[in-house]
Design a protein around this ligand. Structure first.
Ligand SMILES: [Zn+2]
Length: 165
């Protein structure tokens, strides 16, 4: 993220869920349940925004992604994403009102595999879940074009998604 906005985004995320102060490894989930309709919504958003990356926030718990909330992408470059701070705050408020927590973010890789990029690594928030969906079927991992990773502040660790109906 390369504009003044993201600092506010990062602060808001950590202020809202306060996971940053806890030990990095203990919070990492083994798997993440997610409804197929949530995965379908992320995929549809990715296709609608292509060739630009799409982005959004994930609401849920340590074991389940309950909702994917699309946000505007303010990044001028096609291969970056910058979550609109206004969208971010709106979703934070809505999440609180619904008793949900912002647990992570999703974005698309329209032209690359669903694997964290060097930029994703540089801009990762600790104790945050990252869902990446790829539109390149030939580059996507065999089992799924959408993958989830938990970032502990140093590295991304894949968290297998368990689709539910
Ligand atoms: Zn990425």
């Amino acid at each position: 993220m390369n504009t003044p906005g993201p600092a506010g985004v990062h602060a808001a995320v950590m202020d809202s869920s306060s996971p940053a102060a806890s030990p990095a490894t203990t919070d990492a989930p083994d798997t993440m349940r997610v409804a197929r309709e949530v995965l379908a919504a992320i995929d549809a958003h990715a296709r609608a925004e292509a060739p630009r990356e799409c982005c959004g926030l994930l609401l849920g718990s340590l074991t389940e992604i309950r909702r994917a909330e699309p946000t505007r992408n303010l990044a001028p470059q096609p291969t970056r994403y910058d979550i609109d701070p206004a969208d971010h705050f709106r979703i934070l408020r809505a999440a609180r009102a619904a008793g949900l927590t912002v647990i992570g973010a999703y974005h698309s890789h329209p032209a690359s595999a669903p694997i964290p990029s060097p930029t994703d690594l540089a801009e990762g928030l600790p104790n945050f879940l990252y869902v990446i969906t790829s539109l390149r079927a030939d580059l996507a991992c065999p089992e799924s074009s959408t993958r989830a990773y938990y970032f502990d502040g140093l590295t991304f660790r894949e968290v297998p998604l368990v689709p539910t109906d």
